[in-house]
Design a protein around this ligand. Sequence first.
Ligand SMILES: [Ca+2]
Ligand SMILES: [Ca+2]
Ligand SMILES: [Ca+2]
Length: 466
Amino acid sequence: MNRMLLGFSVICSLLIFALAGCEKLEPGVCKKDNDCKGQVKEGLPACYKEPPGADLGKCMTVKAAKAAHQRYQDKKSGVCVDKDGDGVKSGGACAGEVDCDDDDAMVKPGAAEVCDSKDNNCDGFINEGLKGCVGTVLGGKQDPVVQFMTTQTAGVEVGPDGTVWVTDQHRLYRLGSDFKAVRVAGSNKPGNEDKKGKFARFDQPRGMAVGADGSVYVTESRNNCVRRVAPDGSVSRFAGKCSGEADDTGLDEVGALTAARFWSPIDIAYDQDGSLLVVDMRNSKIKRITKDGKVETVAGRGGKEDEDGYIVFGYSDGAALKAEFNEPAGIAVGADGTVYIADMKNNCIRSLKNGKVGTFAGKCVSGSDKGGPKNGPVSRARFNQPNGVEVGPDGTVYVADTFNHCIRMIKNGKVTTFIGQPGQQGYYDGPIKDALFNGPQSVSLAKDGSLYIVDFGNYRVRRVIP
Ligand SMILES: [Ca+2]
Ligand SMILES: [Ca+2]
Ligand SMILES: [Ca+2]
């Protein structure tokens, strides 16, 4: 492989001199240098030959050439066997369909998907389309296509047209109707760049709101601003400064879009009249971006200085601008206009309506050891560092109860566990009653009633069809 790589770099350095001799070749065909003539639009072009001594080769990206070379080596290995005896073989030398898990006779292309932790039909998704079942639509550490969220925050949001959007550490993906993930913007590198598609740079994007025109507004916790991703993948600064410089963090300013300052904004949602509400996490405030382009504070008085000069955050209900939050992390707006806020460090769910902040569910008490998994009436229930909140058209509220490792449900004044086992961290795809999660962080409801969940600790986006 190293020799190939060296070969490619020589080819690339010869590129400038290579064009003259290529005129008579078919487009995409090459002899020893490359004659791509626009055939390869992205990435470095290489002339891949199979077998390596062939006279003519195909012009492709270095990445594709490496993959083709690997397939060629596999083919030459001569391995194609049926280890589990299910009638489908696997191995690099097989032609056509192969068994994606040849150690398991429950798995092969064409098998029926059943509600277990396996991708029975080898289509890349676990338990797709099964009712009463939890499955994986993106990620898993083995994922060969998308290296999904390895270390940082991540979010999921179902747009008004049903498109599912996912952020992970520096990227924005769209899941197609077949759930195949397409990277819309961002790259494997963090940064701060207003460019298009993979040339744009994010730093820890998480919460999203999707506009009627298909624009996605992304809160970027590390760049301290809200970016707009246009339907063509162009990324632009929308509100705040977009800077991770130490001098620009910790700032709290309202006013015109670009004069405003946020500190680790983490979630965003449309309110009833089409303004955007932003959870300004580290300032412990809820801000509104009005349709005419102004940023204002709608809830949260922010921190207080304690005797030692540290800024501390508290908990109090009442008039919205005097109320206190402690690192809120998630927001959702109900059909009646009630705003629900996952008040993470206070271990509870708050509400905002008609200029007043209230306690919607849970005992609000600050501290990572103060939460709990208790179900029951909203006033007595407990949560444990909830990060995400969602509300259905009937007013049912869903909570990504992160350190209880489950999704809670609040309905008719009662808190119940909807999926997962409170306090039990793990991974299991399967029937709703058996499913396990590891630090669910974000939750979004689709029109068909299914819930999409960022299961952060399992590096997956899970989907449940109740
Ligand atoms: Ca087999
Ligand atoms: Ca399955
Ligand atoms: Ca499947």
